[in-house]
Design a protein around this ligand. Sequence first.
Ligand SMILES: [Zn+2]
Length: 208
Amino acid sequence: MKKILLVTAHPDDAEISMGGTIRKLLNQGHHIINMIFSIPSNIEVRKQEAILSAREFGYEVRFSEHCEGNNVEDIPLHKLIKELDDIIEKVDPDEVYTHWMKDSHQDHQKLSKVVRSCFRKKQFTIYEFEQINQNNNIAANQFHPNIYSDITEFMEDKKRMITIFQSQLTGYMGHYLVNAEHIGSWRGSQVNSKYAETFLLIFSKEVL
Ligand SMILES: [Zn+2]
């Protein structure tokens, strides 16, 4: 059993980006903790959505001590690094999944940087996930994955996860569910499967 830590900015980032892979890893018997660092508004509702999804699918969710009412960019870098250092020390993860370093969202970028800073003390495998943010195709088109995860079996679960985050499915964010289908199918077609999620493997802890 691997210990897997997801380092994410907002409730729903993990599920939108890698919900199928979360489900797949859980199926393989691994333990997953999703650590969320920011809920700037609508705090109780968004917290509950994250808790509900985690409970329904069997992973753990934790919230940063700084998360309530803050954007990630409002929290000093040294405080984020200190908090994640402590979590990594306690959890001792085999693998960490986080945002892409060049993600178009400044909060996502900052957390990705925090993960790499924490790497100085302990080594773990790092994956950065692909995430579409408000149709920002300038950044999205620059993501070149080197790992594909076939999620054909788990696509329905991924959609169910995204649906749990009801507060995020309105207005300009209402496309998440449709996009999960489109991007999943597009990435799947690149590896001869119906649906896939993709990642950038930054470092592998395994020594051959
Ligand atoms: Zn986010």
